[in-house]
Design a protein around this ligand. Structure first.
Ligand SMILES: [Cu+2]
Length: 121
């Protein structure tokens, strides 16, 4: 009688402990996954409008830059080498032939205009 009662208490305690532990472990895992997914999503979004490219030629007088660029998702354009207009000639101060950069481009009045240039890390 006494032994049975003790055994059942031990079993219940063990079952509860297991439930609590697995619950904590599960919640912890989920929390990490969620945070990771969120931060990856945030990074992807921050990068979504910037495109990697290598500078081929800079023409400050004409406000033009030749870039060998990767696919530009926002314009649905595959990777290629082409000439872009730049919004502001000052952007070209940051770029020299051979530089690896990230750039932002918009379609404006039928022309592709680079609006931002950042050095690629
Ligand atoms: Cu292109």
């Amino acid at each position: 009688m006494k032994i049975t009662k003790l055994t059942s208490v031990v079993l219940v305690t063990a079952a509860l402990t297991a439930t609590v532990l697995s619950g904590v472990a599960f919640a912890d895992d989920k929390g990490h996954d969620h945070a990771k997914a969120d931060s990856m999503k945030g990074m992807a979004m921050a990068d979504a409008d910037m495109t990697n490219a290598e500078v081929r030629k800079v023409d400050k007088d004409a406000k033009k830059i030749t870039l060998k660029h990767e696919a530009i998702k926002s314009l649905d354009m595959p990777g290629m080498t082409m000439v872009f207009q730049v919004k502001d000639a000052k952007l070209l101060d940051k770029a020299q032939a051979g530089d690896k950069i990230k750039f932002k481009v918009i379609s404006e009045g039928g022309a592709y205009v680079v609006t931002d240039i950042q050095p690629a890390k």
